[in-house]
Design a protein around this ligand. Structure first.
Ligand code: DC
Length: 208
């Protein structure tokens, strides 16, 4: 079974993806980490983020086994990832790797922006997670503070809005729900309620 989860920044799709994967015995890939790792490689090499060819080369050189969530989940890398992920050459370089990951038995949960639309258009279950930007900003703030990153609510909210806008309006694989995705608005739900709602969606899709 392949479960595709898409949604905007800080919508809770990563946490949901992990829990669904554990529940169904599937592998999990947070595809945002791929774009964050490309951005990190660029910044580490001192390459300008505007250099699409260098970003594509970094994407081709990416090693899935070396993704370190702790190092990659910073605000700076989120913003930089949003920039490099708009390049078609970067997306093309990461396509096969994601599809191969999804196709390996017993299946997988992938979360990102274009899983249901581009990477796994035939996924058995597609969930599009949303939440009000203010709620996402507050959740992200709690995460950042727990990791000791200095952050204030207004700048986190501004960052989320800027990233939403860029991810939704880019030409290559923009953030849009697949036509057959189930919408899950988590604005008023805690993580347990989100998980239960998602399991209900998966069970209904499997039953049907
Ligand atoms: O989910 P995240 O915040 O870790 O993603 C960081 C950026 O990477 C996001 O702003 C857009 C990009 N991204 C993408 O374009 N496609 C994906 N499947 C996942 C992330």
């Amino acid at each position: 079974m392949i479960i595709a989860i898409d949604g905007p920044a800080a919508s809770g799709k990563g946490t949901l993806g992990k829990r669904l994967a554990a529940h169904y015995g599937l592998r999990h890939l947070d595809t945002g980490l791929l774009y964050r790792a490309v951005a990190k490689a660029m910044l580490d090499a001192g390459a300008p983020l505007a250099d699409e060819a260098a970003a594509a080369a970094a994407a081709r050189a990416l090693d899935l086994s070396s993704l370190d969530e702790q190092t990659l989940k910073t605000e700076t890398l989120g913003e930089a990832a949003s920039i490099v992920s708009a390049y078609p050459a970067v997306r093309a370089a990461l396509l096969d790797l994601q599809r191969k990951f999804a196709a390996c038995p017993p299946g997988a949960v992938l979360d990102g922006r274009d899983i249901g639309t581009v990477i796994c258009p035939d996924a058995e279950v597609k969930i599009f997670v949303t939440a009000a930007p203010e709620v996402r900003a507050r959740r992200r703030l709690v995460e950042l503070r727990a990791r000791g990153e200095p952050a204030d609510e207004a700048s986190v909210l501004a960052d989320i809005r800027r990233r939403d806008e860029r991810d939704r309006t880019r030409a290559a694989a923009p953030l849009v729900p697949a036509a057959d995705a189930h919408l899950l608005d988590t604005t008023h739900l805690d993580i347990d309620a989100v998980f239960r709602a998602a399991v209900a969606i998966v069970e209904a899709a499997r039953g049907g």
